[in-house]
Design a binder for this molecule. Structure first.
Ligand code: ZN
Length: 600
């Protein structure tokens, strides 16, 4: 799409519209009270006061999505019992659309609005309330007046029973932890709030106050967590040359099974399995998650694709650059931990090989480019189905791989003078700090080229906007490494399906990989595999025992209540499993690149 050229008249109208909006911003005062009288039933009660109104109508809106999670979630679906009052009398507040309420305010200076929010979805991006705590993912809790996104607001929290603590990056008002100030709605929607009796501890990193708030228990070692977080934070700040926050809050939810995180401007929310801290693998996963979400405070929250801020809270915000915003964050989460020396180089190389294996075993790598994967996050990445592996890739995975390729290219080409850090720091300084805006595709490409010392048109054509197979060995070769496929000699037969076994020992097909025997010969997702060559099947792991590629077998499935026998010709299992190994006798140049890349 081409941007609309503004004529003089249109510009003037826009100028006036802006003036009106500014006037509304500076005159209206907004405050909220959030209480939890029915915490046991997962409800918050919100009361909103808007005073100083000088407009004929007031439209109140709820965001349809939360920044950082690229899916329209329709938060207004959780609102009920919405009513508006003026001078104590209920006034009409009809809905104009799914997320907008309309109130006539001619001659009215103040409006009070009350509503309940149902909050019973456990995730890092949705609100959850019960008697033990309230986690408020603010974009799904607070409605805002249209055209007043720049207005400040005060939020008063009325805790349930003995809840004694509030953890959020919003500033306290008069030292009262239950009263918080938000300078504008972009900040409010980027500042989740935890209320309850969480375990809170903190530390300082170069003058920035860090607060960690743990909900849900867990076998974490507080001192170890503090020390390791500290080390990661230092490494990440060094990439950009500064830490722009005065304080930062980690809200960590520990559950039986938890996972994932979401970034915010001055805080993050992490989901962790509460016994994960006790195993080396689990703990490393936790550190990787910390490194990932914290790195985002620069990459995507401040250094960001041009459409990602200020946000449109009513619609999808499309960008082809999530491979930088998310993929590079994925790349840096491992590099940052490696730089702390909490990972060995071998451990780090193993993590990168895992990324290769995820991408290479996805048929979607031949279908969807990483730019398309970014753009379609809203309808594909966040809405996967049984066929997603055949048709899509993750911008996290391929973005991390591209991050590695460009890092090695820059290190090699600059005679180890530069690396990807220089690009990140330059882009942050130029676009976030100086120009105070996001970047375009072309601008980031220029940043890469500046430090790689060469044009990257061909690279972009192949790997960003194209489907060329990744030439791992070319890039790893700069550092004297290469890939070895550990399954190269494997001659196992495979159907190319994934299955789940029910409690009743039914083997149900959950995925069929493009190009495999199961795909070609018509096994479907949802089929129950009942027999192979007439032998009943109750265990998917042994169903091909003794078979070899080329064997013709009869697969009996139950599909929609009917029995179907499918003749299938088995093919060789074509999955790959790479590891990264050193070449024999790397050169001095290769060892120098390796040293810079892996902080040896
Ligand atoms: Zn991320």
């Amino acid at each position: 799409m081409k941007p609309i050229k503004l004529t003089a008249t249109v510009s003037l109208i826009l100028l006036f519209m802006n003036l009106n909006a500014t006037q509304a911003q500076t005159t209206a005062q907004i405050s909220y009270t959030v209480s939890f009288p029915e915490a046991q039933a997962h409800y918050a009660e919100v009361e909103m006061h808007v005073t100083g109104l000088k407009q004929n109508t007031l439209d109140l809106k709820m965001p349809v999505w939360t920044p950082g999670s690229y899916l329209v979630r329709e938060f207004a679906k959780n609102i009920e019992a919405f009513n508006a009052t003026v001078n104590g009398k209920i006034v009409a507040s009809p809905k104009l659309n799914k997320n907008t309420w309309h109130i006539i305010t001619k001659g009215v200076a103040a409006v009070t609005v009350k509503y309940r929010v149902y909050a019973n979805e456990v995730s890092v991006r949705t609100s959850y309330i019960d008697v033990s705590h309230a986690f408020l993912s603010t974009s799904g809790i607070f409605i805002y007046p249209a055209n007043m996104l720049h207005a400040p607001a005060t939020i008063t929290l009325t805790p349930y029973k003995d809840w004694a603590k509030v953890s959020t990056s919003l500033e306290m008002v008069n030292g009262n932890p239950f009263v918080r100030h938000s300078p504008n709605f972009d900040i409010l929607f980027d500042s989740p709030i935890e209320v309850g009796n969480q375990d809170v501890f903190g530390f300082d990193v170069d003058g920035v106050k860090y607060e960690v708030c743990m909900y849900g228990g867990g076998n974490y070692d507080k001192e170890r967590v503090k020390k390791d977080m500290h080390a990661i934070i230092e490494q990440e700040a060094a990439v950009f040359g500064e830490n722009p926050n005065k304080h930062y809050t980690f809200i960590i939810h520990n559950h039986l099974r938890g996972g994932g995180g979401i970034e915010h401007l001055s805080s993050t929310v992490l989901g962790v399995s509460r016994d994960n801290y006790g195993t080396e693998k689990g703990y490393q996963g936790f550190l990787g998650l910390v490194a990932h979400e914290h790195f985002h405070l620069w990459n995507v929250k401040r250094l960001r694709p041009i459409v990602l801020g200020p946000f449109d809270y009513d619609n999808e915000n499309y960008t082809t650059n999530l491979w930088i915003a998310e993929g590079f964050t994925e790349y840096y989460q491992e590099i940052a931990v490696r730089r702390t020396k909490l990972y060995s180089p071998e451990n780090y190389l193993g993590q990168m090989a895992n990324e290769f294996n995820v991408l290479e075993n996805l048929p979607g790598k031949d279908v969807q480019t990483v730019a398309e994967s970014s753009f379609d996050a809203w309808i594909k990445g966040y809405r996967p189905n049984e066929n997603s592996n055949n048709t899509t890739i993750s911008y996290y995975t391929k973005g991390a791989i591209i991050g590695m390729m460009l890092d090695l290219e820059i290190i090699n080409n600059s005679g180890q003078k530069h690396n990807l850090d220089d690009v990140m720091k330059y882009m942050y300084t130029t676009y976030y700090k100086t120009k105070k805006r996001g970047y375009t595709d072309a601008e980031f490409k220029k940043g890469f080229e500046m430090f790689a010392g060469k044009k990257l048109d061909d690279f972009y054509k192949k790997y960003v906007n194209g489907l060329d197979p990744v030439d791992y060995d070319k890039y790893l070769g700069y550092a004297g490494y290469k890939t070895v496929n550990e399954l190269a000699d494997n001659n196992d037969a495979a159907l190319g399906i994934t299955t789940a076994t029910t409690a009743a020992k039914k083997v149900i097909v959950s995925g069929v990989t493009r190009g495999t025997a199961g795909y070609i010969d018509g096994i479907n997702v949802g089929d129950e595999i009942t027999a192979i060559d007439g032998n009943p099947i109750t265990d998917a792991s042994t169903m091909l025992t003794g078979k070899t590629p080329g064997d013709k077998i009869q697969v009996t499935v139950s599909r929609d209540g009917q029995t179907i026998v499918l003749p299938v010709t088995l093919l060789k299992n074509n999955r790959v499993k790479y590891k990264i190994v050193s070449i024999e006798s790397p050169s001095t140049q290769q060892l120098a690149v390796r040293k810079k890349w892996l902080s040896l």
